[in-house]
Write a protein that binds this ligand. Structure first.
Ligand SMILES: Nc1ncnc2c1ncn2[C@@H]1O[C@H](COP(=O)(O)OP(=O)(O)OP(=O)(O)O)[C@@H](O)[C@H]1O
Length: 294
C-alpha cells in the first residue's frame, strides 16, 4: 500500500519545538449541570494511532468536538503543532491539517463515490486538487478509492452503498485533504471482520506515513490491535492511559466497563461463572456499560 500515488503524509511534523502534534490540556466541557469532559489531558503524536475509548456517554464525541472546533471548552486548551487553537474556527483547523470523520455520515448522497472524493479534494485544495488536470487527477482519486478499499463502488451513488463502505468513503474524503491529524469517530462500524482487518492495516499504514491518528472506536479487537496508546474516559474523566496490554489489565477500566475487576474476586452477587475472564489474551470489554441502555 505504501507505493500508492495518493497523499502520502511522509514529512508530517509535530510541533517544530519537538512537542506532540495535538495536545488536549485540562479540557472541561459543561452542558448546564452535566460535566461531559472533566480535566481531560492527552496527546496524539505523528506516526502513532491513539485510541479514545469509554462507555456510552463518557465524553468521547464531546472531546472530538472540542479538538475539531465544533465545541468551545468551558476551560482548558487545545494545541495543534504547538499553537493554541482553542478559539480557532473549524475551517482554519482543517486547513492547518486536522481531518475528521463523523459517526453520522456526511457524504453527498446523490453524487457518486468518486465525485464525493473529487469534491472533498477541491474543497480542501489538498495535494489532489489542481494537480495534473483531467485524467491524472482522476487517476489519483481512483488510487485513493483503491487504497481505502472502495474502488468497486466508484460509480455508485453514495446513498446506495452499504454503511461500512460509506464509512470508508468518509475516510477517503478526509484523506483527500492530506491531513496531519486524522480524527476518526467510530470508523469501523458496519464493516465485517475481513474489512475490519484490512481497515486496521490501512490505519497502521497511514500512521507509518507520519500522520497522527486519534480514534473513537467501540470495536475493542480493532482498538487493541492497532493502537499504540489508549486513553479511557469514564464520566468525562480519563481514568487510564497506556498501551493495550496495560489497559486490558487496568482495574479501573474493568470496573468502568464491567462493574467489577479482577482484583475484586467474586462478590456482590457475581458467581465465578458470571465473571468473564479478563486476561491478556481475551479482551472482554463490552462497548456498553453493564446495565446501561444500548
Ligand atoms: N449538546 C449537549 N447538551 C447537553 N448534554 C450533552 C450534549 N452533548 C453531549 N451531552 C452529554 O455529555 C455527555 C457526554 O456525551 P458524549 O456524546 O460526548 O459521549 P460519548 O462518549 O461520545 O458517547 P457515545 O459512545 O454514546 O457516542 C453525555 O452525558 C451526554 O448526554
Amino acid at each position: 500500500m505504501s507505493s500508492s500515488p495518493v497523499p502520502q503524509g511522509g514529512g508530517h511534523r509535530a510541533d517544530p519545538r519537538g512537542g506532540p502534534l495535538l495536545e488536549v490540556d485540562h479540557v472541561v466541557v459543561q452542558f448546564g449541570g452535566v460535566t461531559a469532559v472533566n480535566e481531560a489531558c492527552f496527546t496524539a503524536d505523528p506516526g502513532t494511532v491513539t485510541g479514545l475509548i469509554g462507555p456510552n456517554g463518557a465524553g468521547k464525541t464531546t472531546c472530538f468536538n472540542v479538538i475539531s472546533g465544533l465545541q468551545r471548552p468551558t476551560r482548558g486548551k487545545v494545541r495543534f503543532q504547538g499553537k493554541d487553537v482553542t478559539s480557532m474556527p473549524v475551517h482554519r483547523r482543517s486547513k492547518r491539517g486536522m481531518g475528521r470523520t463523523f459517526q453520522r455520515l456526511e457524504a453527498f448522497g446523490s453524487l457518486s463515490v468518486r465525485d464525493n472524493v473529487r469534491v472533498a479534494a477541491d474543497i480542501h485544495r489538498g495535494v489532489l486538487a489542481g494537480l495534473l488536470p483531467g485524467g491524472g487527477r482522476g487517476k489519483d482519486i481512483d488510487a485513493l478509492l483503491e487504497r481505502v478499499g472502495i474502488a468497486a463502488y466508484a460509480n455508485e451513488r453514495a446513498d446506495s452503498i452499504p454503511t461500512g463502505t460509506a464509512r470508508l468513503l468518509e475516510l477517503a474524503r478526509c484523506l483527500a485533504g492530506d491531513p496531519k491529524l486524522l480524527l476518526l469517530d467510530e470508523p469501523s462500524s458496519g464493516l465485517d471482520e475481513t474489512e475490519t482487518d484490512a481497515f486496521g492495516d490501512l490505519l497502521r499504514d497511514l500512521a507509518s506515513e507520519g500522520r497522527a491518528i486519534l480514534m473513537v472506536e467501540h470495536d475493542m479487537d480493532l482498538v487493541m490491535a492497532v493502537c499504540d496508546t489508549i486513553h479511557v474516559l469514564d464520566f468525562g474523566s480519563i481514568i487510564a492511559s497506556g498501551d493495550p496490554a496495560a489497559i486490558r489489565r487496568d482495574p479501573a477500566v474493568q470496573k468502568a466497563y464491567l462493574g467489577y475487576s479482577d482484583e475484586d474476586g467474586v462478590d456482590e452477587g457475581h458467581t465465578v461463572t458470571d465473571l468473564p475472564a479478563v486476561t491478556d489474551d481475551t479482551l472482554v470489554i463490552p462497548a456498553v456499560r453493564e446495565g446501561a441502555e444500548a
